[in-house]
Each structure stands twice: as C-alpha cells, then as structure tokens.
Design a protein around this ligand. Structure first.
Ligand SMILES: [Mn+2]
Length: 424
C-alpha cells in the first residue's frame, strides 16, 4: 500500500490552524526553536523487521491480520510509517527471517520508499530447520568447537547479506548463558565467546561496526554470558575500535540507572547503538514511553549531552532502533506511538538549559537542577515534533490518518486475516 502525498496534504490542511496555534504557544515559551526543529527533521529511528507483526509470548500469539508476509511487505509497511511520520527511514533486518533472495530488487524497493538498511541482526538463539548442530547449550560460548564454528559462520553470512544491501553494522545479541548453578565455567564461556566475536570482527568490512548487545536474563535464568554493560564493554574493548556496546532499554535488571550507563559509555566512546522500548518488569517490549516517559527523557538528556561533548552527530553517529514486540496492539499503530514518544523525549532533551544546569550542579543546588529538568519534561512539545513532520512532508497526526483511512482494514483485504509475520 503506497500513500498518496496529496491525501496527506489534504489531511494536514484540515488540522493546520489548530497546529499553528499550538506551535505559536511553543514559540512564545522557547528560543531558537528553528535549530530544534532542524534536528528533529534529521533524526531517524530504524524499525526492525520483526516488530511489524503482532508479538507473542510463550503462552500464545494473537495475530491481528494483514501482517507482512515477506520482506517486500515488511519494507512496504515501514515505507507507510515513514510516509506518515518522516522519522522511520531505516529498517533493521534479521537473518534468517529476512534473507533477501534478490538483494538488488530489495535495495531498489527500499530506496523508492526513502528507507536505508540499518544494522543487520544475527540469530543464534534458535535452531533453524536443517541446521546441523543445536544451540540448546549456547552458540559462541558452547563447549563444542563445531557449534561455535557454526555460529561464527552464520554471523559471517549475515555480514554478506548486509553488504549486498548497503548496511554497515552487525548487532550480535547472544542468548548464551546458563539456567542452573554449576552448568557453566564462566571464564571459559567468556573466552569462547570472545574468540568467536574476534573472528566475526576480523571479517567486518572496513566501514562496518560491530554492536555487542547485552541482556540481564532470559532465555537463561542463572547467568548470561553478555549480561550487562560491563561485560559488553569488556568484549567491545578487547575487540577493537570498530566494536561498541549496544544498550537496549529492556535488557536491564529493574531500576538500573540507564541514563548513567549511557553517559559513561559515551564518555568512553563505546556507545554504538540504542534499542528503544518500555517495560514494567523486565524485557516487556512495550511501546516506548508508555510506562516510564520521565526515564526516557533523562536518558535522552544524557545522550544529547554526551554526544555534544564528543562532537557527535545526533542523527548519524549512533544506531537508533525500536526493539519491541507488543502482544495486543496493532503493530503499526504501536510503532507510530513509539516514534512519537522518542521524538518528544529528544525535543525535550534538546531544550534543557545546560548552562543553568551546570551552574546548579556547581552550586550543589539540587532543587534547581530538578526544576530545570522537570520544566522541560512537563512542557508540551508535541507541536514541535508535528512541525518537523509537516516540513518533511509527513502527516500532522499520523495515528489519526492511519485510523481514518482504515489502513489496517486495507492491509487485511490485501494480505488476508490469517497472515503471520516472522519474528518473536
Ligand atoms: Mn534489542
């Protein structure tokens, strides 16, 4: 389904007066909004191919119909999101779920929709049909060299697919670990994993990055071989300058101070990528900003401050991606909400008065520091995000557009009500 730009234009016209009033209100409160709007226009968040279908748990999955049946339809869905919000101009693929049979055709289709290929993702957390050896007891950490070799070769294959599509990074998330005390020699598991990552790292093309993603627990429940940012940083530091830590919001133990983690990783030049989602209990994969929007803002405030400190380009120097798998919402509606939440938090972070915050910190004025942050957090900046969309050719109200035009119903008619997208 391709969106007609004229339809978006007509939709925007009906909302324009109200939008301009809200924008004017922002302009009266804040200085230098043109810079902020320019940065919002540049900022793009990649959508993973596996978030386009309804997620599930081990207890069940309840697909909503009209899910993309193949890679082409996944790209079309992201094209639809991007046409509406102009901030979803990248796709992150997963191998083997998204093996491109004809890379040139796939590349061309994505280019037509203004979509580039973000990080490639390997999968050694499941056994695939016909796979000779099992990952039941891990992949790169495995006691058996042959299993480790199979996992390494899979990652090399993922790099090849990525090269064919124009991606320039590989994200490795390992489910490796142990579920019971005594199961694993921690040092051996680490060393095997490091050796495997070294072989993968050596096969990276010159302009590629390797992201080492960590996760505290699940599917293993006693130890995880890349379990936290310290372990990830250890691997990334030993691997070399093309290796970075990737932070996924949902991959921490409850109440972890993620804003402090990103601040220190940026200080070390080792933060490479970021996965957005939200959670109440663990890796819940909920809509970004649906549970802890203040935490999201605090993280963005550290991201922006830390990137500026190093002279980094907000839009290009980190890999931004949504990593969610919601069970009960329309995936496309959920992604529109997630991108909106990210853009709002980013806009808020851009408007923090850092000079005043610095002065408050120097004076140990804790109350004032809180006031400075919460003043921005409690300001309604949705009109700024909408203005960035409007100037880029997107819709003023993407979710309303999606519902009013009955996009999901159209997709169900095109694809059927019993479709299953590959994913989690
Ligand atoms: Mn992730």
């Amino acid at each position: 389904m391709i969106i007609d730009k004229e339809q978006i234009h007509l939709h925007n016209e009906t909302l324009l007066t109200a939008h301009q009033q809200r924008l004017q209100f922002c302009k009266e409160q804040w200085d230098d909004l043109e810079t902020v709007i320019g940065k919002l226009i540049d900022f793009q968040v990649a959508i993973p191919s596996w978030a386009l279908g309804t997620g599930g748990t081990r207890f069940g999955r309840f697909p909503g119909g009209g899910e993309p049946r193949n890679l082409e339809e996944k790209i079309e869905d992201i094209g639809l999101l991007h046409a509406l919000n102009q901030s979803s101009g990248a796709i992150s693929l997963h191998i083997p779920w998204d093996i491109p049979e004809n890379p040139a055709h796939i590349k061309n289709l994505a280019a037509q929709l203004g979509i580039r290929f973000d990080a490639m993702n390997s999968n050694t957390f499941q056994d695939q049909p016909g796979q000779p050896l099992s990952y039941k007891y891990g992949s790169l950490q495995h006691a058996d060299r042959a299993v480790r070799q199979q996992a390494i070769e899979h990652n090399l294959e993922v790099i090849k697919y990525g090269e064919a599509l124009g991606s320039n990074s590989l994200t490795v998330w390992l489910a490796d670990g142990s579920s019971f005390p005594g199961q694993l020699n921690f040092r051996k598991a680490f060393q095997h994993t490091l050796d495997g990552l070294k072989e993968i790292y050596c096969a990276l093309p010159d302009n590629w990055k390797l992201f080492v993603e960590y996760k505290a627990y699940e599917p293993n429940f006693y130890s995880t071989t890349v379990g936290d940012w310290g372990q990830s940083l250890l691997y990334a530091s030993k691997l070399g300058e093309k290796a970075f830590t990737l932070v996924d919001l949902g991959h921490h133990l409850p109440n972890a101070n993620i804003e402090q983690i990103v601040s220190l990783l940026l200080m070390e030049g080792k933060l490479g990528g970021f996965h957005f989602n939200d959670s109440k209990y663990g890796d819940d994969d909920l809509t970004v900003g649906s549970i802890k929007p203040y935490q999201l803002f605090l993280i963005f405030q550290e991201l922006v401050e830390g990137m500026d400190e190093r002279g980094m380009d907000h839009a290009r120097d980190l890999a931004w991606m949504i990593d969610a798998s919601h069970n009960v919402k329309d995936p496309l509606e959920d992604l529109l909400q997630s991108v909106e939440a990210i853009m709002i938090a980013y806009a808020q972070a851009l408007l923090v008065d850092r000079t005043k915050l610095g002065q408050a910190r120097e004076a140990n004025d804790v109350t004032e520091a809180q006031e400075i942050l919460q003043h921005v957090f409690r300001s309604d900046l949705r009109a700024l995000v909408a203005e960035a969309r409007l100037r880029s050719g997107g819709a003023l109200a993407p979710l309303s557009w999606f519902r009013d035009r009955q996009v999901r119903q159209q997709l169900v008619r095109e694809r059927g009500s019993k479709t299953f997208a590959t994913g989690l």
